[in-house]
Design a protein around this ligand. Structure first.
Ligand SMILES: CCCCCCCC(=O)SCCNC(=O)CCNC(=O)[C@H](O)C(C)(C)COP(=O)(O)OP(=O)(O)OC[C@H]1O[C@@H](n2cnc3c(N)ncnc32)[C@H](O)[C@@H]1OP(=O)(O)O
Length: 221
Protein backbone atom coordinates (compact mmCIF):
# COMPACT_ATOMS: atom_id res chain seq x y z
CA UNK A 1 0.00 0.00 0.00
CA UNK A 2 1.27 3.44 -0.92
CA UNK A 3 1.68 5.35 2.36
CA UNK A 4 4.40 7.98 2.78
CA UNK A 5 5.53 10.69 5.15
CA UNK A 6 5.77 14.33 4.05
CA UNK A 7 7.65 16.55 6.46
CA UNK A 8 5.27 19.51 6.18
CA UNK A 9 3.23 21.48 8.73
CA UNK A 10 -0.50 22.22 8.83
CA UNK A 11 -0.03 25.62 7.15
CA UNK A 12 1.55 23.90 4.14
CA UNK A 13 -1.29 21.36 4.05
CA UNK A 14 -3.81 24.24 4.02
CA UNK A 15 -1.84 26.09 1.33
CA UNK A 16 -1.85 23.01 -0.93
CA UNK A 17 -5.57 22.44 -0.29
CA UNK A 18 -6.33 26.07 -1.18
CA UNK A 19 -4.86 25.39 -4.64
CA UNK A 20 -6.22 21.92 -5.41
CA UNK A 21 -9.72 22.05 -3.89
CA UNK A 22 -10.99 24.81 -6.23
CA UNK A 23 -9.49 22.88 -9.18
CA UNK A 24 -11.30 19.69 -8.12
CA UNK A 25 -14.53 21.64 -7.56
CA UNK A 26 -14.22 23.04 -11.09
CA UNK A 27 -13.88 19.49 -12.47
CA UNK A 28 -16.97 18.41 -10.48
CA UNK A 29 -18.83 21.31 -12.09
CA UNK A 30 -17.55 20.11 -15.47
CA UNK A 31 -18.84 16.57 -14.86
CA UNK A 32 -22.25 17.91 -13.83
CA UNK A 33 -22.33 20.30 -16.80
CA UNK A 34 -21.49 17.49 -19.28
CA UNK A 35 -24.31 15.33 -17.91
CA UNK A 36 -26.91 18.09 -17.95
CA UNK A 37 -25.95 20.27 -20.92
CA UNK A 38 -28.38 20.70 -23.81
CA UNK A 39 -26.09 22.70 -26.11
CA UNK A 40 -25.83 21.59 -29.76
CA UNK A 41 -23.32 19.11 -31.22
CA UNK A 42 -20.92 21.78 -32.49
CA UNK A 43 -20.67 23.19 -28.96
CA UNK A 44 -20.06 19.69 -27.56
CA UNK A 45 -17.20 19.14 -30.04
CA UNK A 46 -15.67 22.56 -29.27
CA UNK A 47 -15.90 21.88 -25.53
CA UNK A 48 -14.23 18.48 -25.97
CA UNK A 49 -11.27 20.09 -27.76
CA UNK A 50 -10.77 22.54 -24.90
CA UNK A 51 -11.00 19.77 -22.31
CA UNK A 52 -8.45 17.65 -24.21
CA UNK A 53 -6.04 20.61 -24.15
CA UNK A 54 -6.43 20.91 -20.37
CA UNK A 55 -5.86 17.17 -19.90
CA UNK A 56 -2.64 17.39 -21.95
CA UNK A 57 -1.50 20.31 -19.75
CA UNK A 58 -2.06 18.32 -16.54
CA UNK A 59 -0.41 15.19 -18.00
CA UNK A 60 2.85 17.11 -18.48
CA UNK A 61 3.87 15.86 -15.02
CA UNK A 62 2.08 12.86 -13.50
CA UNK A 63 2.41 10.27 -10.75
CA UNK A 64 2.86 6.68 -11.96
CA UNK A 65 -0.30 5.26 -10.33
CA UNK A 66 -2.84 6.50 -7.80
CA UNK A 67 -2.26 9.45 -5.47
CA UNK A 68 -1.56 7.20 -2.44
CA UNK A 69 -1.84 8.45 1.12
CA UNK A 70 0.65 10.90 2.62
CA UNK A 71 0.92 11.71 6.32
CA UNK A 72 2.45 14.71 8.02
CA UNK A 73 4.72 14.09 11.00
CA UNK A 74 1.61 14.69 13.20
CA UNK A 75 -0.15 11.88 11.35
CA UNK A 76 -2.52 14.23 9.57
CA UNK A 77 -3.61 12.09 6.63
CA UNK A 78 -3.79 13.45 3.10
CA UNK A 79 -5.82 10.79 1.27
CA UNK A 80 -6.44 13.22 -1.56
CA UNK A 81 -7.15 10.60 -4.21
CA UNK A 82 -9.77 8.78 -2.08
CA UNK A 83 -12.91 7.95 -4.12
CA UNK A 84 -15.25 9.17 -1.36
CA UNK A 85 -13.34 12.01 0.31
CA UNK A 86 -10.39 12.95 -1.91
CA UNK A 87 -9.56 16.64 -2.17
CA UNK A 88 -8.07 15.96 -5.61
CA UNK A 89 -10.73 13.50 -6.73
CA UNK A 90 -13.67 14.99 -8.60
CA UNK A 91 -15.40 11.59 -8.41
CA UNK A 92 -15.71 12.11 -4.63
CA UNK A 93 -18.86 14.15 -3.74
CA UNK A 94 -16.75 14.86 -1.47
CA UNK A 95 -17.69 13.33 1.87
CA UNK A 96 -16.49 15.39 4.87
CA UNK A 97 -16.85 13.16 7.93
CA UNK A 98 -16.75 14.54 11.47
CA UNK A 99 -16.43 12.39 14.58
CA UNK A 100 -17.97 13.64 17.82
CA UNK A 101 -18.07 11.38 20.89
CA UNK A 102 -17.45 8.32 18.71
CA UNK A 103 -20.34 9.08 16.34
CA UNK A 104 -19.42 9.95 12.76
CA UNK A 105 -21.58 12.23 10.69
CA UNK A 106 -21.48 13.81 7.25
CA UNK A 107 -23.81 16.00 5.22
CA UNK A 108 -23.40 15.88 1.46
CA UNK A 109 -25.34 16.82 -1.66
CA UNK A 110 -25.51 14.05 -4.28
CA UNK A 111 -26.13 15.55 -7.72
CA UNK A 112 -26.53 14.23 -11.26
CA UNK A 113 -23.15 12.43 -11.23
CA UNK A 114 -24.45 9.94 -8.63
CA UNK A 115 -27.63 8.84 -10.38
CA UNK A 116 -28.74 5.22 -10.59
CA UNK A 117 -32.50 4.79 -10.94
CA UNK A 118 -33.79 8.00 -12.61
CA UNK A 119 -33.62 10.90 -10.16
CA UNK A 120 -32.25 8.67 -7.40
CA UNK A 121 -28.88 7.76 -5.92
CA UNK A 122 -27.01 4.76 -7.41
CA UNK A 123 -26.84 1.85 -4.94
CA UNK A 124 -23.09 1.52 -5.46
CA UNK A 125 -22.58 5.15 -4.50
CA UNK A 126 -24.59 4.64 -1.29
CA UNK A 127 -22.39 1.61 -0.51
CA UNK A 128 -19.21 3.58 -1.30
CA UNK A 129 -20.14 6.41 1.05
CA UNK A 130 -21.22 4.01 3.80
CA UNK A 131 -17.99 2.02 3.38
CA UNK A 132 -15.92 5.15 3.93
CA UNK A 133 -18.12 6.18 6.87
CA UNK A 134 -17.77 2.83 8.67
CA UNK A 135 -14.01 2.92 7.99
CA UNK A 136 -13.64 6.29 9.67
CA UNK A 137 -16.00 5.24 12.47
CA UNK A 138 -13.83 2.24 13.30
CA UNK A 139 -10.46 4.01 12.89
CA UNK A 140 -8.75 4.75 16.20
CA UNK A 141 -5.32 5.90 17.32
CA UNK A 142 -4.05 6.39 13.75
CA UNK A 143 -4.73 2.72 13.11
CA UNK A 144 -7.02 2.00 10.18
CA UNK A 145 -9.52 -0.82 10.10
CA UNK A 146 -10.23 -2.38 6.75
CA UNK A 147 -13.69 -3.44 5.71
CA UNK A 148 -13.94 -7.22 6.08
CA UNK A 149 -17.67 -7.50 5.46
CA UNK A 150 -20.15 -4.77 4.54
CA UNK A 151 -23.84 -5.68 4.48
CA UNK A 152 -26.02 -3.03 2.87
CA UNK A 153 -29.81 -2.93 3.08
CA UNK A 154 -31.67 -0.56 0.78
CA UNK A 155 -34.92 0.40 2.51
CA UNK A 156 -36.28 2.74 -0.16
CA UNK A 157 -34.86 4.75 -3.10
CA UNK A 158 -32.76 7.79 -2.09
CA UNK A 159 -33.67 10.90 -4.12
CA UNK A 160 -30.73 12.90 -5.53
CA UNK A 161 -30.08 15.94 -3.33
CA UNK A 162 -28.94 16.48 0.24
CA UNK A 163 -28.32 13.39 2.37
CA UNK A 164 -26.89 12.74 5.83
CA UNK A 165 -24.71 9.83 6.93
CA UNK A 166 -24.23 8.66 10.48
CA UNK A 167 -22.15 5.82 11.92
CA UNK A 168 -21.52 4.31 15.35
CA UNK A 169 -19.56 1.43 16.80
CA UNK A 170 -21.85 -1.32 18.10
CA UNK A 171 -19.21 -3.67 19.50
CA UNK A 172 -15.65 -4.91 19.41
CA UNK A 173 -14.05 -8.34 19.54
CA UNK A 174 -10.25 -8.41 19.46
CA UNK A 175 -9.16 -6.72 16.22
CA UNK A 176 -12.74 -6.64 14.93
CA UNK A 177 -14.99 -3.59 15.27
CA UNK A 178 -18.68 -3.82 14.45
CA UNK A 179 -20.18 -0.66 12.99
CA UNK A 180 -23.72 0.42 12.09
CA UNK A 181 -24.09 3.07 9.40
CA UNK A 182 -27.09 4.91 7.97
CA UNK A 183 -27.77 7.12 4.99
CA UNK A 184 -30.86 9.35 5.30
CA UNK A 185 -32.79 11.93 3.34
CA UNK A 186 -35.09 14.53 4.90
CA UNK A 187 -37.76 11.87 5.51
CA UNK A 188 -35.52 9.39 7.33
CA UNK A 189 -33.21 6.42 6.74
CA UNK A 190 -33.05 5.11 3.16
CA UNK A 191 -30.02 2.78 3.38
CA UNK A 192 -28.48 1.05 6.36
CA UNK A 193 -25.26 -0.94 6.69
CA UNK A 194 -23.64 -3.33 9.11
CA UNK A 195 -19.88 -3.67 8.86
CA UNK A 196 -17.21 -5.92 10.32
CA UNK A 197 -14.06 -3.81 10.32
CA UNK A 198 -10.72 -5.48 10.99
CA UNK A 199 -7.46 -3.99 12.17
CA UNK A 200 -4.87 -5.79 10.06
CA UNK A 201 -2.46 -8.06 11.94
CA UNK A 202 0.47 -6.32 10.29
CA UNK A 203 0.48 -2.78 8.97
CA UNK A 204 4.04 -2.17 7.81
CA UNK A 205 3.22 1.27 6.39
CA UNK A 206 2.31 2.64 9.84
CA UNK A 207 5.47 1.19 11.39
CA UNK A 208 7.56 2.69 8.56
CA UNK A 209 6.03 6.15 9.11
CA UNK A 210 6.57 5.98 12.88
CA UNK A 211 10.25 5.07 12.44
CA UNK A 212 10.74 7.85 9.84
CA UNK A 213 9.22 10.40 12.24
CA UNK A 214 11.54 9.18 15.02
CA UNK A 215 14.53 9.51 12.64
CA UNK A 216 13.52 13.08 11.67
CA UNK A 217 13.16 14.02 15.34
CA UNK A 218 16.60 12.58 16.12
CA UNK A 219 18.16 14.56 13.28
CA UNK A 220 16.61 17.79 14.57
CA UNK A 221 17.54 17.32 18.25
C1 LIG B 1 -9.26 5.76 7.82
C2 LIG B 1 -10.48 5.43 6.98
C3 LIG B 1 -10.21 4.58 5.76
C4 LIG B 1 -11.53 4.11 5.22
C5 LIG B 1 -11.35 3.26 4.00
C6 LIG B 1 -12.70 2.74 3.60
C7 LIG B 1 -12.82 1.30 3.97
C8 LIG B 1 -12.33 0.44 2.84
O1 LIG B 1 -12.76 0.57 1.74
S1 LIG B 1 -11.14 -0.72 3.16
C9 LIG B 1 -10.90 -1.51 1.56
C10 LIG B 1 -11.75 -2.73 1.38
N1 LIG B 1 -11.30 -3.78 2.24
C11 LIG B 1 -10.20 -4.51 1.95
O2 LIG B 1 -9.54 -4.33 0.94
C12 LIG B 1 -9.81 -5.56 2.96
C13 LIG B 1 -9.12 -6.75 2.30
N2 LIG B 1 -8.87 -7.78 3.30
C14 LIG B 1 -7.76 -7.72 4.11
O3 LIG B 1 -6.89 -6.86 3.98
C15 LIG B 1 -7.66 -8.76 5.18
O4 LIG B 1 -8.41 -9.89 4.81
C16 LIG B 1 -8.18 -8.21 6.57
C17 LIG B 1 -7.29 -7.06 7.03
C18 LIG B 1 -9.64 -7.75 6.44
C19 LIG B 1 -8.13 -9.35 7.59
O5 LIG B 1 -6.84 -9.87 7.55
P1 LIG B 1 -6.10 -10.42 8.88
O6 LIG B 1 -5.67 -9.31 9.77
O7 LIG B 1 -5.04 -11.35 8.40
O8 LIG B 1 -7.31 -11.21 9.56
P2 LIG B 1 -7.31 -12.64 10.26
O9 LIG B 1 -6.17 -12.69 11.25
O10 LIG B 1 -7.39 -13.73 9.24
O11 LIG B 1 -8.72 -12.58 11.01
C20 LIG B 1 -8.96 -11.75 12.14
C21 LIG B 1 -10.41 -11.92 12.54
O12 LIG B 1 -11.23 -11.26 11.54
C22 LIG B 1 -12.14 -12.25 10.95
N3 LIG B 1 -12.19 -11.95 9.52
C23 LIG B 1 -11.19 -12.03 8.63
N4 LIG B 1 -11.63 -11.61 7.40
C24 LIG B 1 -12.93 -11.28 7.55
C25 LIG B 1 -13.91 -10.78 6.66
N5 LIG B 1 -13.64 -10.51 5.37
N6 LIG B 1 -15.14 -10.51 7.16
C26 LIG B 1 -15.45 -10.74 8.46
N7 LIG B 1 -14.54 -11.23 9.37
C27 LIG B 1 -13.31 -11.50 8.90
C28 LIG B 1 -11.51 -13.60 11.23
O13 LIG B 1 -12.49 -14.62 11.26
C29 LIG B 1 -10.87 -13.39 12.59
O14 LIG B 1 -11.88 -13.45 13.58
P3 LIG B 1 -11.56 -14.16 15.02
O15 LIG B 1 -10.50 -13.28 15.67
O16 LIG B 1 -12.88 -14.14 15.73
O17 LIG B 1 -11.03 -15.52 14.72
Amino acid sequence: MDFRLEDIDDAEVERRLSIVEPLTDAVRELVDAVIRTEVDDAELVAAREQIEAIVARLRAQQKDKGYGVSFTRDFTGMPWGNAATGARNAVAPPLRIKKVDGVTRADVVLGAAYEGPGGHVHGGIAALLLDQLVGETAAADHMPSFTGTLTVRYLRPTPLGPVTLEGRVTGTDGRKTFVHGELSDADGVTVEAEAIMIQPKHFPARDAIISTIAKLENERS
